[in-house]
Design a protein around this ligand. Structure first.
Ligand code: PFF
Length: 453
C-alpha cells in the first residue's frame, strides 16, 4: 500500500474531527477518575510533577511518533507495523508491537468498562435524587452498597460494553466522529463549574497545596512508574489507539501541532479534575488515598449540597459516561480493524467477537470488588492486576518500542516526509528526543521501579 492511499476503514472528515476523536480518546476516566485517585494514593504534588514531566518528555514525542506511524501505514496497528518494518527493511517481528497493543487494549477496556458502568449507575442515582442533602457518610454507604453487589456490577458493565460496540460497529465517520463533537466542550464547562464550587465550599487552598507542593519524600520507584504509566494511559499511547486513529487522518494535516493540542487539553482536564476534587476531599475529612472510589465518594457530596446540584450531578455523570465512551471505542478499534483486515469479517461481526471477549474478561474486574475480592495473583485483585499489567507495563513497553522504531528503525526521509514539519529544527529536536530521551526515560523508570537504581 502506498504512503498516500486511504485506509479501507474510511477517513476522518477533517482535521477538527481527528482532533476531537483523539482528544475524546485521551480525555476519559483516566483524567477524571484515575488521575485524582492515584495522585491521592501517591502523596500529591511530587507525583503530579513527575507525571507532567513524563507527559512532556515521553508522552508528547511518542504521540507524534505513533500518529505518524499510523498515517504512514494506513492499516490496523499489527499490519501497519508489518508494512513499515518491510519498508524500513527491518525485522518483520515488529508486528508483535501491534499484538501487544491489541492485548493491552482488551485488558484495559475490560476494567474500563466496569468503571464506566459505575458512572452510568451514578448518572441514574443522580436522576433519582440519591445525592440530595447527602453527607460524606451517606455517600460512602451508597458507594459500598453498590460495589458490593456483583449483579449490579455485571449489569452496568454489560450496558457499557453494548454501547461501546454499537458505536464502533457504525464505523469511522458516523459512529466515532459524531459521538465526540458535542461532548468534549460540555464536559469542560461542567468541570469549570465544579472547580468554582470547590473554590467557595471546599478546603481550596489545602487542595491546591496537596496537588502542587511537591514533597519528594513521598515518591517511591513504584510511584514514578505509576506516574509514567499514567502519562501513557491518559494520552492513550503505546497500544495502537492513536496509531489506528492516525491511520484515518487525511494527509495534509500537521501531526505535531495536533499532538500538542491533544496532549495540552488532556493535561488541563486532568488538573481541573484534581482542583475540583481535592478541596472537597479535605473539607469533608475524607482520605485522599482511598482508591478507585474517590470521585464517587466526593463529587456526590458537592452535587448533594450545591444550588442546582441536582441538574449538575445528572449532567456530570452523563458526561463522564460519554467521555468514557469516546475513549473505549479507541481501545477496541485496533482489534476491530485487524479482524476486518485479516479475518475477512464485517465490522459488525468483528464487534461481536471482540466485544464479547472483552466483556468476559471484564467479569474479573466486576467481581474484584465483591465476591472475588479474595482472588489474588501477585498480591493483586484481578482489577489491580489488569490495571498494573496494562498501564504500568504494557503501555510503556509499547511506547518504548514505538519511540525506538520511529527514532532508529524508520528511514529518516520517511518520517521527515510524513511529519512534514515547517521548520527543519523542529523535526531534528523531535527526532533527537524520540531517539534518546523518551526511550532512556522509560528504561530508567523501569530500572528505578525494580530497585536497580
Ligand atoms: N486515555 C483514556 C483515559 O484517560 O481515560 C484511556 C485510554 C484510551 C487508554 C485509549 C489507552 C487507550 F489506548
Amino acid at each position: 500500500m502506498s504512503a498516500t492511499s486511504k485506509s479501507i476503514h474510511g477517513e476522518w472528515s477533517s482535521r477538527f474531527a481527528f482532533v476531537l476523536a483523539a482528544t475524546g480518546s485521551a480525555v476519559g476516566l483516566g483524567n477524571i477518575w484515575k488521575f485524582p485517585y492515584i495522585t491521592g494514593e501517591n502523596g500529591g504534588g511530587a507525583f503530579v510533577l513527575v507525571y507532567l514531566l513524563c507527559v512532556v518528555l515521553v508522552g508528547l514525542p511518542i504521540m507524534i511518533a505513533e500518529i505518524m506511524l499510523g498515517r504512514r501505514g494506513r492499516q490496523s496497528p499489527v499490519n501497519t507495523m508489518e508494512l513499515l518494518a518491510e519498508q524500513a527493511e527491518a525485522d518483520p517481528n515488529w508486528h508483535y508491537l501491534g499484538w501487544l497493543g491489541l492485548i493491552a487494549g482488551a485488558l484495559i477496556l475490560s476494567y474500563y468498562s466496569v468503571i464506566a458502568g459505575w458512572a452510568g449507575s451514578y448518572a441514574l442515582k443522580a436522576v433519582t435524587g440519591s445525592f440530595i442533602d447527602a453527607d460524606a457518610e451517606n455517600i460512602k454507604l451508597l458507594f459500598d452498597g453498590f460495589i458490593n453487589n456483583p449483579l449490579q456490577q455485571v449489569f452496568w458493565h454489560s450496558v457499557f460494553m453494548l454501547a461501546t460496540m454499537s458505536v464502533v460497529a457504525r464505523g469511522v465517520q458516523s459512529g466515532l466522529e459524531k459521538s465526540v463533537k458535542f461532548l468534549m466542550p460540555c464536559l469542560f464547562v461542567l468541570l469549570m463549574l465544579l472547580v468554582a464550587y470547590a473554590m467557595v465550599s471546599g478546603a481550596y487552598q489545602q487542595g491546591l497545596d496537596f496537588l502542587f507542593t511537591p514533597d519528594f519524600s513521598k515518591i517511591t520507584g513504584q510511584a514514578v512508574l505509576t506516574a509514567m504509566g499514567h502519562a501513557f494511559f491518559t494520552l492513550s499511547l503505546g497500544m495502537g489507539a492513536v496509531m489506528v486513529y492516525g491511520s484515518y487522518l487525511p494527509r495534509p494535516v500537521s501531526i505535531a501541532k495536533t499532538a500538542v493540542l491533544i496532549a495540552g487539553t488532556d493535561t488541563v482536564v486532568a488538573l481541573l479534575a484534581g482542583i475540583a476534587i481535592f478541596p472537597i476531599v479535605f473539607a469533608n475529612n475524607l482520605e485522599p488515598g482511598s482508591g478507585p472510589g474517590l470521585i464517587f465518594q466526593t463529587l456526590p457530596i458537592a452535587f448533594g449540597n450545591m444550588t442546582g446540584g441536582y441538574l449538575f450531578g445528572v449532567l456530570f455523570f452523563v458526561m463522564l459516561v460519554f467521555a468514557a465512551l469516546t475513549s473505549s471505542i479507541s481501545l477496541i478499534e485496533p482489534a476491530v480493524a485487524w479482524l476486518v483486515e485479516n479475518k475477512g469479517m464485517t465490522r459488525y461481526q468483528a464487534c461481536i467477537w471482540s466485544g464479547f471477549t472483552v466483556w468476559f474478561l471484564g467479569l474479573g474486574t466486576a467481581f474484584s470488588f465483591n465476591i472475588g475480592s479474595q482472588v489474588k495473583l501477585f498480591d493483586r485483585t484481578i482489577f489491580q492486576l489488569f490495571d498494573y499489567l496494562s498501564a504500568n507495563l504494557m503501555l510503556p513497553i509499547g511506547g518504548f518500542a514505538i519511540a525506538v522504531f520511529a527514532g532508529w528503525i524508520m528511514k529518516t526521509k520517511d518520517s521527515e516526509d510524513e511529519l512534514a514539519m515547517p521548520h527543519a529544527i523542529v523535526y531534528q529536536v523531535w527526532k533527537w528526543v524520540v531517539s534518546y530521551i523518551s526511550p532512556a526515560a522509560v528504561f530508567l523508570v523501569f530500572l528505578h521501579a525494580v530497585g536497580v537504581i
